[in-house]
Design a protein around this ligand. Structure first.
Ligand code: AMP
Length: 214
């Protein structure tokens, strides 16, 4: 299966993508995760991307498209993939379309994860991340770590993502509305859109997504 997860920041794309990736045995590819790894490793790409990310803006299309194209060369995407956080602009969507067409591949479905705004704010302000393994937690939902402030997997003290402060969150939501929300229509017109209301327990939402794409 070749899937895209669309949805505002904090809609839970990463959480559902990680779980569905395990169930289906296909990689979940998060451009946000790849960018954060580059920032951490201080690569040339990371140095360029950092300022955009810190202020909640999108990293320029050419950088992100090149990064995604490179990731799509890997062996593991042959079985399929879930894209989480890409595409975010019409130019990225067109570039992805061309990339797939070159390989005579097509998308299976685009999942639009729908969450009310008040839930999104609650989730984003409660989000915590493990800087060692990238695992996500949330102190405002039932995704709390077993021990307060520590990663369940490796015990590392959890951090708040540098772009999860209130001002940047507001900026990211606005960027979503102005630049990314148009992709809902884009993929609806292509007949690929499956909207899934994502409020409730995580396993039920993952099952609903699976049913919508299956
Ligand atoms: P995320 O983890 O998906 O919320 O992404 C975190 C940040 O990385 C975003 O606010 C952007 O600055 C950047 N980013 C991630 N994916 C993309 C993309 N497809 N296009 C542009 N910027 C991106």
């Amino acid at each position: 299966m070749r899937l895209i997860f669309l949805g505002a920041p904090g809609a839970g794309k990463g959480t559902y993508a990680a779980q569905l990736s395990q169930k289906l045995g296909i990689p979940a590819i998060s451009t946000g995760d790849i960018l954060r790894a580059n920032v951490k490793a201080e690569t040339a790409l990371g140095r360029e991307a950092r300022a955009f990310m810190d202020r909640g803006a999108l990293v320029p299309d050419d950088l992100v498209i090149r990064m995604l194209a490179e990731r799509m060369q890997a062996e593991d995407v042959r079985r399929g993939f879930i894209l989480d956080g890409f595409p975010r602009t019409l130019a990225q969507a067109d570039a992805l379309g061309r990339l797939l067409q070159e390989r005579s591949l097509s998308l299976t479905a685009v999942v639009n994860i729908e969450v009310p705004n008040d839930v999104i704010i609650r989730r984003l302000t409660g989000r915590r991340m493990c800087p060692t393994c990238g695992a996500n937690y949330n102190v405002n939902t039932n995704l709390k770590p077993k021990t307060d402030g520590l990663c369940d997997r490796d015990g590392t003290p959890l951090i708040i993502r540098s772009d999860d402060n209130e001002e940047t969150i507001r900026q990211r939501l606005q960027v979503y509305e102005t630049q990314t929300a148009a992709l809902v229509e884009y993929y609806r017109n292509a007949g690929l859109l499956r909207s899934v209301p994502a409020v409730g327990q995580i396993p039920e939402i993952v099952a609903a997504i699976q049913a919508a794409v299956g």
